[in-house]
Ligand binder design. Structure first.
Ligand code: SF4
Length: 399
C-alpha cells in the first residue's frame, strides 16, 4: 500500500517534521539547527542560510536534515518510473560549451530521426514503458508541424505512453521558426499529444554564467517565462540545475530561489533534477567539476531550499547508481527510470547501465532501507514493488 503522503508530499510535512526526533548532530549544530527552526517556523529557509548550507555546513548534519525533510513528505518511499529516452536529433544550431551531444549538420555522426524511425525506437519497449522522454538539438528546419505530427502519431500508436518532451530552448526555437508565440506553440503541441516538459536546459539561471557556458541559449528570464506559460495552460514541467561548471555557490542559491519563486506563483513544477557537469568531449576546460561529496550536498541543499517543489531526483543517468543510491539518503525521493537508451549524459562520460530493469532499480532502493514505488510521470499512480524473498534480510542497510 502506498502512503497517502506520496500524493504530492506537500501537505502537512512541516507538522510531520516537527513531530520527528531531532538528532544531536542537528540540535548541536548552530547552522543546521537554525535551518531546522526556519523550516519549522516559516516553512522556508532564507537565502543567507541557504548559502551557508551550500558552503559551510558539515556533511552529516546537512544530509541528516535533508533526509528528515524528505521523510516528513514521503516516509521511506522512493519513486521511479519505466521510461525510454529517444533523442530526435543531435543537429543543433547552437554550440553550448558544456554540450558533448550536439553536432553540426555536416558532421559524420549527425543524425535526425524520421518520424517512422522515432516510432520504431519506441516499439520494442512499448509493452514495458509508460513514458517516452525526448529532447534534441535545435534543428535548423523543423517547425511546429514536424513536432505536431511526431506527437500525434506517437500518441495514436502508443496511447498509454506519456510524452515528456522539449527543453525550454527547443520550445523557443520551434516558436521562432514557426512565427508563433511560445503560448500558441505549446497549445498546438499539447493538442497534438505533448503531455509534459522535462526541464532540461536550465543550467544556472544567472545570465553572466550562461554567457560563459551556453551563449545564445535562452536567457534566465526566458527559461522561467516558458515554464510559466506551460504551467498556465496546464502542462506540468520539471526543472533542472547543471552545476560544477563555472558558477559560484551564491549563483546556485540564486538559481534555486528563482525556481522557488516561480513555483510559489504556479505550482507547476513536479520535480527538481540537479546534475553535475560531465566533461568528456566538451569545450569547458576551466570547469570546476563536482566531487561526490558536492553532488550529495547539492541534493541535500536542494531538498531544504525547495520547500514547494515536492520531488527531488537523484538522476542516475548522470551521477551513476552508486552516488544515486547515496542521494536517496541525502534528501532525494526519486531515482528516475529504467531509461533504456540515453545519449546526452553518455556522450559526456556517463557509464550508467542502460539495461537496468524495474526489479533491479527496486533492489537499489531496498539496499538503502527504503520502499521502491513505481510511479507514472505525473505522480498520480503508484505501485509498490514487493519481493517475495525478504531481500532486506540479506542486504546491508545503510541507514
Ligand atoms: S545543450 Fe542543447 S542547445 Fe546547447 S548545444 Fe547542446 S543540444 Fe544545442
Amino acid at each position: 500500500m502506498v502512503d497517502s503522503v506520496a500524493l504530492g508530499g506537500t501537505q502537512n510535512w512541516q507538522n510531520r517534521l516537527y513531530q520527528m526526533e531531532v538528532p544531536l548532530c542537528i540540535s548541536n549544530d548552530e547552522l543546521l539547527f537554525s535551518a531546522y527552526n526556519q523550516l519549522i517556523n516559516n516553512g522556508r529557509i532564507n537565502r543567507e542560510i541557504g548559502l551557508r548550507l551550500m558552503t559551510e555546513a558539515d556533511f552529516f548534519p546537512l544530509t541528516s536534515l535533508a533526509k528528515m525533510v524528505k521523510e516528513s513528505r514521503f516516509g521511506k518511499q522512493i519513486f521511479f518510473n519505466e521510461n525510454l529516452h529517444v533523442n530526435t536529433t543531435n543537429i543543433c544550431v547552437l554550440a553550448c560549451r558544456f554540450c558533448a551531444f550536439r553536432k553540426g549538420s555536416r558532421h559524420s555522426e549527425a543524425y535526425e530521426l524520421t518520424i517512422d524511425e522515432y516510432l520504431h525506437r519506441i516499439e520494442p519497449f512499448s509493452e514495458i514503458i509508460d513514458e517516452v522522454h525526448s529532447v534534441g538539438g535545435l534543428h535548423p528546419s523543423w517547425s511546429v508541424e514536424h513536432y505536431e505530427e511526431l506527437y500525434r502519431k506517437t500518441s495514436k500508436i502508443f496511447p498509454h505512453v506519456h510524452i515528456k518532451s522539449l527543453t525550454a530552448v527547443e520550445i523557443k526555437h520551434i516558436a521562432s521558426r514557426s512565427n508563433l508565440s511560445v503560448k500558441r506553440t505549446l497549445e498546438r503541441l499539447s493538442a497534438a499529444g505533448l503531455d509534459s516538459i522535462p526541464g532540461g536546459g536550465a543550467e544556472i539561471l544567472v545570465d553572466s554564467v550562461r554567457d560563459r557556458i551556453c551563449r545564445g541559449k535562452e536567457s534566465s528570464q526566458e527559461y522561467i517565462d516558458i515554464h510559466k506559460i506551460a504551467h498556465s495552460i496546464g502542462i506540468p514541467t520539471n526543472c533542472t540545475m547543471l552545476f560544477g561548471t563555472v558558477e559560484t555557490a551564491n549563483e546556485r542559491i540564486i538559481h534555486l530561489e528563482k525556481l522557488r519563486n516561480l513555483q510559489d506563483q504556479t505550482e507547476g513544477f513536479q520535480c527538481f533534477v540537479p546534475y553535475p557537469f560531465l566533461p568528456d568531449h566538451s569545450r569547458l576546460p576551466e570547469a570546476q567539476l563536482a566531487t561526490s561529496n558536492e553532488i550529495l550536498r547539492v541534493i541535500a541543499v536542494s531538498r531544504l531550499m525547495l520547500d514547494n517543489i515536492p520531488h527531488i531526483k537523484a538522476y542516475r543517468m548522470n551521477i551513476g547508481d552508486n552516488i544515486g543510491q547515496m542521494g536517496l539518503i541525502c534528501g532525494a525521493d526519486d531515482i528516475d527510470g529504467t531509461v533504456g537508451h540515453e545519449e546526452i549524459m553518455h556522450s559526456a562520460g556517463s557509464t550508467t547501465s542502460l539495461t537496468t530493469s524495474s526489479e533491479e532499480l527496486a533492489k537499489l532502493v531496498l539496499e538503502v532501507g527504503c520502499r521502491p514505488i513505481r510511479r507514472n510521470t505525473i505522480y498520480s499512480s503508484f505501485e509498490e514493488i514487493i519481493f517475495e524473498e525478504n531481500i532486506e534480510a540479506r542486504l546491508p542497510i545503510l541507514v
